[in-house]
Design a protein around this ligand. Structure first.
Ligand SMILES: *Cc1c(COP(=O)(O)O)cnc(C)c1O
Length: 338
């Protein structure tokens, strides 16, 4: 909790700002005191709905130190809209977009001094939890909830910075259930954990790329792309996977650069063939753009290109981080200055 701790040496997500914003949902309305408060532990009934029936969802976005020293949030409105959809998918009552934006801005403003210089950033974690004390409510939404925002100064998601990842393609086990694929809910991550740990152990993979039914979708927490000097290819949107805001930003940047963008299904064989000439990467708020250097299936290991980050991958990554830090023009209006 000290501004002096170095986010580049601490593990991602283990340092925190000293303030948070909290709204409580009781009797059908959200009550927000109107300002951030000092960070402190919650007190909760052991029967709280979230602890038993996983009434939880969250967001992940970032504030970046700008080249002029100020701090700006990247794609605030997109995260707000996605979280309202997630809360609705939990069949809980969403707050207004204005209230959620206010909570995010208030916490992040209170913690802005924790924002490291690029390539570090201040990660923002809005969270919704069902707090009603009722272990009989498995089949009803929590009648009470907390909506809160905390901040975490972060360095690199992958220790060692931008290095090519090895991914294992899982064609049997899905990441989560089809109806919850696009929800940023905690339950999805514990479901993906088993296959991910098994692949780390059995194949020495960094991540698992889920492709059940021969349909390449995404990893446990990142979207997936194929690219080369002319094309960018990623899975078309549906409810089976998370609609990344980094994904959406990369597609726009690729359009701006004149790449042909294809949003469609990707069979595993196409991915393997692509490794002979093309590039692959993962995208997400935490990882930004992470190049893939090796692809593994059960019994086969394929190197992607020369195994190093490709030129188009690095070009897209630089274009994105330049917009995030104010080094390039924000022509799509993605930044909210604090
Ligand atoms: C958060 C997340 C992503 C990436 O979304 P961004 O908005 O780009 O951060 C991709 N897949 C999953 C499963 C995620 O949870």
């Amino acid at each position: 909790m000290s501004e002096k701790q170095d986010p580049f040496s601490a593990p991602f997500g283990t340092l925190f700002g000293d303030h948070m914003s909290v709204a409580s949902y009781v009797d059908g309305v959200y009550d927000y005191p109107g300002a951030a408060v000092p960070m402190e532990n919650f007190s909760m009934h052991p029967a709280a709905h979230v602890l038993h029936y996983a009434s939880e969802c969250f967001e992940g976005l970032k504030a970046h130190r700008q080249v002029d020293g100020s701090v700006a949030i990247f794609r605030l409105q997109d995260s707000v809209e996605r979280m309202l959809l997630s809360i609705a998918k939990l069949r809980a009552t969403p707050p207004s977009a204005e209230l959620l934006s206010q909570l995010i801005i208030d916490a992040t403003t209170a913690n802005a001094s924790f924002t490291p210089d690029a390539p570090g950033s201040l990660y923002i974690r809005p969270t919704f939890i069902g707090t009603a004390a009722n272990i009989g409510a498995a089949a009803t939404p929590s009648s009470e909830a907390k909506l809160y925002v905390i901040n975490s100064p972060v360095g690199d998601y992958f220790p060692g910075g931008v290095r090519p990842l090895s991914i294992f393609i899982e064609t049997d086990i899905p990441r989560t259930t089809p109806q919850f694929g696009s929800v940023k809910s905690g339950a999805n991550y514990v479901m993906a954990l088993g296959p991910t740990l098994d692949a780390k152990r059995d194949h020495v993979a960094d991540q698992v790329l889920f492709a059940s039914g021969d349909d390449v979708t995404e990893t446990g927490a990142s979207n997936f792309f194929l690219c080369d000097e002319e094309r960018l290819i990623t899975r078309n949107l549906d409810d089976s996977f998370l609609h990344g805001i980094t994904r959406k930003s990369i597609i726009q940047i690729a359009h701006d650069m004149g790449l042909a963008v294809e949003e469609r299904s990707i069979p595993v064989d196409e991915l393997k063939a692509w490794s002979e000439h093309g590039e692959m990467f993962l995208s997400g708020t935490a990882a930004v753009i992470a190049p893939v250097g090796t692809v593994m299936t059960r019994g086969e290991t394929v190197q992607v290109g020369d195994g190093q980050p490709g030129p188009t991958t690095l070009k897209l990554r630089n274009a994105l981080t330049d917009i995030q830090t104010g080094a390039a023009e924000d022509k799509h209006g993605w930044l909210t200055p604090l």
